[in-house]
Design a binder for this molecule. Sequence first.
Ligand code: ZN
Length: 374
Amino acid sequence: MTTIPTDDDLLSGARAWVEIETTTGDIEGLTRLAALIADDYHARGAGVTTVAGRDGHGPHLVCSFPAARAAGNGGVLILSHIDTVHPRGTLASFPFRVEGDTAWGPGLYDMKAGAYLALRAAADAHAGGSLSLPVTHLFVSDEEVGSPTSRDLIERLAREARYVLVTEPAREGGQIVVARKGVFRYAVNAFGRPAHAGARHQDGRSAIAEICRLALAFEGLTDHATGTTCNVGLIGGGTGVNVVPAHAFAEIDVRVENMAQAARVEAFVAGLRPTDPDVRIEITGGLNRPPYERTDGIDALFALAKEVAAGIGFELRGLKTGGGSDGNFTAPIRPTLDGLGADGAGGHTLDEKIRISSLSERYALMKGLLERLT
Ligand SMILES: [Zn+2]
């Protein structure tokens, strides 16, 4: 018999994870947190495999429980990340803190609280003998930079699963995520010809002028009616005000709702040419995360989650978001529900906070799903 954990119990577990700083690439911190999670899962009877980090990233962790009842092929993949966007040292100026029903801390909302409550839900369902399918809980260490070293592992485990549950934070009053936009990232470089801006202006070829034309062309992709957006988020170049600039660059973020829009973006980029034939342009990048489109499988999974939530006593709503997550990698492979983490706000800021009373609700939702998915 397992007792249902209280909000305070869940919060103190999440606090221990928050107090180990784990910005992406902080191998020491990520290794320390992965070891803490491995020990916790191991003590709760899970099989634990640590996948060594590479290319400047920390380790990933795969924890699994068998099903209590006989099950066919495939189980449930719970997908979490242990990295945060907050650099080492953030905790000193933005410490874990509680006021009423709110708790703050770097990485608490995105997504240590969600990952921790899922650990407890999986372990308690296992201890209670109520897991209907085998459960694998994957913790990756590089989600915040697009999962360069974990994507293959995520996709492989998704193919071995029947369902994927992602513990990213809940949105805007506890909504879960049933669709996400796909994300393109591009780096554009222009190479012109330097010249004295006074004496030899006619010999110069301005890389900045070219980048500006390209930036405006990219911005023209935006169509709020269909959901395609383009943001030229970074731009720079030149060496001095009296020099025709030889080099300039822009970094660009494009988001799409479906693969048809993705194809339109790819065709646009493939057709880009410099306006000035003496300027060379170089475009690198592409679709970093495919769109997470709503499917019948996702609708069925969402319907079950609503039923479980209603049994607990809250109404679960779903939404589409423009933000990408590792759920974008799994949704094209298996039915995926995302945003199953804690309710709160302020992700990626120094006002990152959760609603403490959402912890036991979300724990019960995760546990109910793990007991009822077949
Ligand atoms: Zn996240």
